[in-house]
Ligand binder design. Structure first.
Ligand code: PLP
Length: 360
């Protein structure tokens, strides 16, 4: 069976066309059932005993996340999501020097977390697409090293892929800490690059449940992520579901999934580039499944998204400039298919967009 077919067969059929994996992918039967079974065990034996019994599954999930991020299983903690991971790391950041270098395409809510923890920000040089210019970035970092580099190698607002491995090499050579927001990158690109910390969310490309994620750090940073005395309750059922999704991802083959996602991204851009008056933002062969389009004048992405759902059952995202306030100048419509999306599906989308009403 092809990867597309096995992915499709592994989960409930979609009601309509789901082109919104960057927001939340569709979970598999196995992940759904594991979480439901865990919740049932909580009712049968009690929540704390059920959690103890789930330890092997949770350990395996930590090991899988570690393998995908190039870390050790002992240095992986579950979080409630990516934002929670960044908040945890920066809240415990040692010392008073708090400067962070990031790219102009940095995720808006991350900028807010950095500011809330007293970090002053500088941006690294990029080209006209938003991609980091490595040699200029290396020069800037060497001249005035920040406390850390924070990079979001695939953004929420654009399917551009940053050269993460090369950036990690530069940071390592300079002895500058590198923190990676892999909310969109995990599953789409190789995230085992030797960073100091990598965090991600369950529900996006890994297709686990909502409200859970993980953070992996190098061993020297373990104290930054150890559970504190004020640690709150955790949704173990969601963690169990995430662990199953991680296991399924590794069983499918991360390299095969990455290649399939890059393929569906390239096909999306080719189909959408045919639409007169619409502008595809990414270079056509960018190896990610996220495609963003700027509609013709008179079509607002927020209205368009609602119309696509109401009239065509097609789920996409309207991404406003707040997603990347230092880079995005106009709102875009984001299309994020998973490996099961067919060329026919993309033609259906293109036909719907060609029909979209102007103005309101
Ligand atoms: C979704 C997203 C986040 C936030 O993830 P949560 O799990 O909702 O906290 C952070 N960064 C990027 C790039 C995202 O796409």
């Amino acid at each position: 069976m092809s990867l597309a077919d096995s992915w499709r067969a592994a989960r409930p059929p979609a009601a309509g066309l789901h082109l919104d994996s960057a927001a939340c992918s569709r979970q598999s039967y196995l992940a759904l059932d594991a979480a439901a079974r865990h919740a049932r065990r909580e009712a049968e034996v009690g929540g704390y005993l059920a959690a103890e019994a789930a330890a092997p599954v949770l350990d395996a999930g930590r090991a899988d996340f570690a393998a995908l991020t190039g870390m050790a299983a002992a240095d992986v903690v579950f979080t409630t999501g990516s934002r929670n991971a960044l908040d945890l790391l920066l809240s415990r950041w040692p010392g008073t020097q708090r400067t962070v270098a990031c790219l102009p395409g940095e995720y808006g809510p991350n900028l807010a977390v950095m500011a809330a923890h007293g970090f002053s920000r500088r941006t690294l040089p990029v080209d006209h697409t938003g991609r980091v210019v490595l040699d200029e970035a290396a020069t800037a970092l060497a001249a005035d090293p920040p406390s850390l580099v924070h990079v979001t190698p695939v953004g929420s607002h654009r399917g551009l892929v940053q050269p993460l491995a090369q950036l990690a090499d530069i940071c390592r050579d300079l002895g500058v800490a590198l923190v990676v927001d892999a909310a969109q990158a995990l599953g789409q690109i190789d995230c085992a690059v030797g960073a100091d910390a990598v965090y991600s969310s369950s529900r996006k490309w890994l297709a686990g449940p909502r409200g859970v994620g993980a953070l992996a750090v190098r061993p020297e940073w373990a104290h930054l992520v150890a559970p504190g005395p004020a640690a709150g309750d955790v949704n173990v059922a969601a963690q169990v579901g995430f662990c199953v999704a991680l296991r399924e991802h590794r069983a499918a083959g991360p390299a095969a999934v990455r290649a399939a996602l890059a393929g569906v991204g390239a096909r999306s851009r080719r189909v959408l580039a045919q639409l007169p008056g619409w502008r595809v933002v990414e270079p056509p062969d960018e190896p990610s499944a996220i495609t963003t389009v700027v509609p013709p004048a008179g079509i607002d992405p927020v209205d368009l998204r609602a119309w696509l759902i109401a009239e065509h059952g097609i789920v996409t995202t309207a991404a406003g400039v707040e997603r990347a306030p230092l880079e995005l100048t106009v709102p875009v419509l984001r299309i994020s298919p998973h490996v099961d999306t067919t060329s026919d599906d993309l033609e259906v989308l293109a036909a719907a967009l060609a029909d979209a009403p102007h103005g309101r």
